[in-house]
Unconditional design. Structure first.
Length: 342
């Protein structure tokens, strides 16, 4: 770490997205909607969700403009998310627009896969090549209980269709919750190994709208590894965390790998290279940010590209050193996960 972000003598770097801790930001997560057809217990409330008004969502042109600005500052990787990104109409149009932005060399999407059966081909043809599909349980009742929607079949059909149309890089995300995930881990691992999907387990984080999160409800990464090792030998992949948030492990028998995101027990913050933009155009420099930069107000207020660039550089400069889940001073963000963009 080269500098402390409270050092007022050091000015934000206007050309490259580097924060006050010396972290270079290359990754932008773009939420395209806060709406979702699921109501996962760890993310959304079951009833009475207040969604953003459609007029408040950034248009595809506005999103692409921001991406043009940040790509000139070093952003290389984009991920579309939500809410459920496939609920945003005409998403392949946005994919095509983003693929055309110079400097962007990776475009991925995280989805619950419910609508993937119908949309996979158009998305692939538009230039989307990497997918993360959320799937917490292969037992239909457990799937229904956690996602509060009875549709495991549709999700599996979406996955199969994605493979069929050409997606070769598909990861499966499962939120790791104590007294829930233990019974699902091995079947998810076996499905991943037999079908060539990389399984990723994400420790349950305090971003659920119902505020049911407690530390005791998190199934920790080391416990997941221990469970898997009852059946398969794993070997840690060196330096995997320098590339992304997951600690990765190879199966010793050579059949694939897994990733564990220990966001609670062993956070990745020192290596964090990402920022996020909500569907209503707020820049967040951390999943757990308690303040935001209103890019939509700048855009709709007539700001020039250099003015938008200045606002982004200034926000990134004071990017949070890390989240405080493990400290008494932890403050939950007002937004739940579906309104941030996971
Ligand atoms: N709807 C899409 C989906 O579920 O894949 C994209 C948005 S979702 C908010 C993005 C990711 O965040 C999903 O993989 C989901 O499992 C994860 N997620 C949501 N709430 C979480 C929480 N409280 N802790 C950890 N991961 C969470
Ligand atoms: Fe919807 Fe994804 Fe949140 Fe589940 S995790 S409620 S699928 S946004």
């Amino acid at each position: 770490m080269s500098a402390n972000n409270t050092d007022s003598a050091i000015q934000p770097n206007r050309r490259k997205l580097v924060d006050g801790m010396g972290r270079t930001i290359v990754n932008l997560r773009i939420s395209v909607t806060d709406r979702c057809n699921f109501r996962c217990t760890y993310c959304m409330p079951e009833h009475n969700v207040e969604f953003m008004e459609r007029s408040k969502l950034l248009t595809f042109e506005e999103i692409t403009r921001v991406v043009g600005v940040v790509s000139a500052m070093g952003i290389r990787r984009l991920r579309l998310t939500g809410g459920e990104p496939l609920m945003r109409k005409e998403l392949p149009v946005l994919v095509r627009m983003l693929r055309g932005v110079p400097g962007i060399d990776d475009l991925a999407m995280t989805t619950n896969a419910f609508f993937l059966k119908d949309q996979a081909k158009d998305l692939y043809d538009a230039g989307l090549k990497r997918l993360n599909v959320s799937l917490d349980a292969l037992n239909p009742e457990k799937f229904r209980d956690v996602n509060r929607k009875d549709c495991l079949k549709e999700v599996l059909a979406g996955l199969a269709r994605a493979r069929e149309v050409g997606f070769t890089s598909i990861k499966i995300n499962a939120v790791a919750m104590r007294n829930f995930s233990e019974s699902e881990i091995m079947s998810l691992i076996d499905m991943g190994r037999s079908q060539g999907f990389e399984m990723r387990f994400i420790e349950f984080m305090p971003l659920d709208a119902d505020k049911i999160w407690e530390r005791d409800k998190v199934l920790f990464g080391h416990e997941i590894v221990e469970l898997i090792q009852k059946k398969y030998d794993l070997v840690p992949i060196d330096n995997s965390r320098e590339i992304g948030p997951a600690s990765e492990y190879d199966f010793v028998d050579g059949k694939g790998k897994i990733g564990i995101i220990t966001a609670v027990s062993n956070p990745f913050c020192d290596h964090c290279n990402r920022i996020r933009m909500t569907a209503d155009g707020k820049l967040r420099t951390c999943l757990f940010s308690t303040s935001e930069t209103d890019l939509k107000a700048l855009i709709r207020g007539g700001a020039s590209d250099p003015e938008i660039e200045d606002a982004i550089a200034a926000a990134v400069w004071i990017k949070e050193p890390g989240h405080k889940i493990n400290l008494d001073s932890f403050e939950r963000p007002e937004r739940a996960m579906h309104a941030i963009g996971g």
